[in-house]
Ligand binder design. Structure first.
Ligand code: F6R
Length: 659
């Protein structure tokens, strides 16, 4: 009986794993909450959970097809999204014997024109990120060819479609989604009947790819892509999105109407598609952003604050002026009922928000503080205001720059610094013959360098030094001595390319050593939910691992230092700043730190010290403004939000979340 039960459970699990998720229905979320969702959507905590689940699903398709004596046919994507899935498949190959001998694969797309050995080629991407690490059969790997002469392309594309059909059609197709809503490279305007073809890339897509190509001008204008109909023919589709920069397009694709301008919306008509999103990418789904509009919700303190601040913005009135009618008209009567009167809930939220404000007198005094800055400049961009206040409060501060940030320095900056060195040598005899030899080597390399070429060590090192000197100058601007800067140069970053290695024990060891040496009371960490190259997220991974090893029982939250466990109480309190691209919403922030006009000016001056990042940014992402302009706006906006909610009027504010 016991073994029978175990067997049944195992069979049931197996059957479950063998069924596409779309047929299993959405996860534990109530039907009302997902009523607006037209593609079954699974929200998981983070990208690693998604990678594991999707890889398992792919593995079960491979095993099921192979058990039937057939090859499994996979449709594969490139880009940053599926990398975790490929890592997990490689792990399953290594540890669990998952074989790719009987797998036929078809990739979605390739830039055009594009030689397969280019660092930008999707051929190279697939071999580097998956095929080279498993037992793939080269003959069964299909990736659109970026070298086919233009006159022959149409016939080549027809051949690709034929090859998919001949393989028996795609069993499971993996997709990412672009900010335009593209799947594959099916940009706005791609019809439901489109097939594999040459397409023009949308301006937004080219801009998103600019970082990888070391400038938008070098991004190809065209690509070969499977069409919407090609993708739609797959028996099962898994589409993945991670990071807050995808939140808007996820909401559009899942909840918006089918529209030729957003190719992913066509998936709403596919019978077996599942959207996997992490918490950040799910942020704009109604069930996450405003769940009270859909269903009865449980009124946690956090949700109460979110609902009342949302209502205040919606009706354009300060919190303390919200009325019974405002609540009733916006499906929030249950919140009033819970608290007895609008006045009670208004007062509660008003006080909660007010209690988050921490001026200088309420910030730490005389403590040890370590501020981790993923790149030189994140420290002053994100926490330039608090750094100055903490310095004035007599704290002992170390700013640890985790990477050199050297790939973001322009070559012309290197030339300028080499020229300076040559002049120092000529006029002051600095460096002797070594300077001339170095200058010659560097100049010759830069003259022959093509966009995207990896720098020679001398150039990479000069770029590192440029950023180190800027970082120190930035620290001095917020009142810190040069000795407070530490340059960790974590190994994961030292690939010379935009693509980094995964975080490894060597990275964690360096972070751990610093924490052991400094024994901080507080640490500050970039808590971005996403950043264009993932560097911030990876730096956080290294810090999390080091902290977990040093303080396995660390209590969390703003009052963790009051813990009664003596050893755990010695662990540092972790404050997360949001990084360069976005700010914590006031509802989510634990602490809001006001800044005067003068303090904001000092902060901006510190950002100016990062001159190599200032003139025109190599990695502008979606926003053309310089970092200091974004910072000014975001710090003023945070203060303005409190103002609109009817709290005190401050000039500017930084926001922090205590982990
Ligand atoms: C890649 C592809 C694209 C990407 C999309 C998202 O083969 O076809 O549709 O999936 O642009 O890119 P990432 O994952 O880099 O955000």
């Amino acid at each position: 009986m016991t073994s029978g039960t175990r067997h049944d459970a195992a069979d049931a699990r197996q059957a479950r794993d063998n069924a596409p998720v779309a047929m299993r229905g959405p996860s534990s979320v109530s039907g009302a909450l997902t009523a607006l969702e037209r593609i079954p959507t699974v929200v998981l905590d983070d990208h690693l959970d998604i990678a594991v689940q999707v890889a398992r699903r792919i593995a079960s398709v491979i095993r099921a097809r192979n058990a039937e004596g057939r090859d499994a046919v996979l449709g594969l994507a490139t880009g940053s999204t599926p990398i975790g899935v490929y890592r997990e498949l490689i792990r399953m190959h290594r540890d669990e014997g998952l074989s790719f001998r009987r797998v036929v694969s078809f990739n979605l797309d390739e830039y055009y024109p594009m030689p397969p050995d280019s660092i930008h080629s999707y051929h190279r991407f697939m071999w580097e990120n998956l095929f080279a690490h498993v037992d793939a059969d080269r003959k069964k790997v299909h990736i659109p060819d970026g070298t086919v002469p233009r006159p022959k392309l149409e016939a080549w594309c027809a051949g690709y479609e034929r090859a998919i059909r001949d393989a028996g059609g795609i069993d499971i197709q993996i997709l990412g989604i672009g900010k335009t809503g593209h799947i594959g490279f099916n940009e706005p305007g791609s019809g439901e009947q489109s097939r594999t073809r040459l397409v023009h890339l949308d301006a937004l897509t080219r801009r998103d790819a600019a970082a990888d190509f070391f400038g938008e001008d070098f991004v190809p204008r065209e690509a070969v892509t499977m069409g919407v109909a090609t993708i739609f023919a797959a028996r099962e589709i898994v589409i993945i999105a991670t990071g807050e920069h995808k939140a808007r397009v996820v909401q559009r694709a899942v909840e918006g109407p089918v529209d030729i301008e957003v190719a992913a919306t066509f998936l709403q008509r596919h019978p077996a598609t599942t959207f996997y999103v992490d918490a950040a990418a799910a942020g704009d789904l109604t069930r996450v952003a405003t769940p009270w509009l859909l269903d009865q919700v449980e009124w946690t303190p956090r949700r109460t604050i979110e609902a009342v601040t949302w209502l205040s913005a919606k009706v354009g009135r300060a919190i303390l002026k919200l009325t019974q009618q405002d609540y009733a008209e916006h499906k929030l009567s249950s919140l009033v009922a819970r608290h007895g009167s609008p006045g009670a809930v208004n007062g509660l939220v008003f006080n909660e928000l007010g209690a988050k404000i921490r001026g200088k007198s309420k910030l730490p005094h005389g403590k040890r503080v370590v501020c981790f800055s993923p790149h030189p400049d994140d420290d002053v961009i994100s926490m330039g205001g608090i750094l100055r206040k903490l310095t004035e409060n007599g704290n002992d501060i170390i700013v640890a720059y985790m990477t050199s940030g050297n790939i973001a320095v322009f070559d012309h900056d290197v030339r300028r610094h080499v020229d300076f060195l040559l002049r120092m040598q000529r006029d002051h005899g600095v460096g002797g013959a070594d300077v001339k030899a170095l200058a010659k080597k560097v100049t010759a390399f830069l003259a022959r360098k093509k966009p995207g070429d990896v720098d020679i060590p001398e150039v990479a090192d000069i770029k590192r030094l440029i950023r180190e000197a800027e970082a120190i100058s930035g620290l001095e601007t917020v009142g810190l001595p040069a000795t407070s800067g530490r340059f960790l140069n974590l190994p994961f970053y030292q690939t010379g390319k935009v693509k980094k290695d995964p975080i490894g024990p060597a990275d964690v060891k360096i972070v751990k050593k610093l924490l052991q040496e400094t024994d901080p009371d507080y640490i500050f960490v970039a808590g971005d939910l996403s950043d264009p190259h993932g560097t911030h997220r990876m730096c956080k991974e290294a810090i999390d691992a080091a902290v977990a090893e040093l303080w396995p029982n660390r209590p969390r939250g703003p009052h963790a230092h009051r813990s009664t466990d003596a050893k755990a109480a010695r662990s540092p309190e972790v404050w997360l700043y949001r990084g360069a691209w976005q700010e914590w919403p006031v509802t989510e922030a634990t602490w809001l730190v006001p800044m005067s006009q003068e303090e904001l000016r000092f902060k901006i001056q510190a950002i100016f010290k990062h001159q190599s990042q200032k003139d025109s940014m190599p990695f502008p992402g979606q926003d053309d403004r310089e970092f200091w302009q974004r910072v000014e706006q975001r710090n003023k906006d945070t203060a303005a939000i409190l103002d609109q909610l009817g709290l005190a009027e401050y000039f500017a504010m930084e926001a922090y979340v205590v982990d």
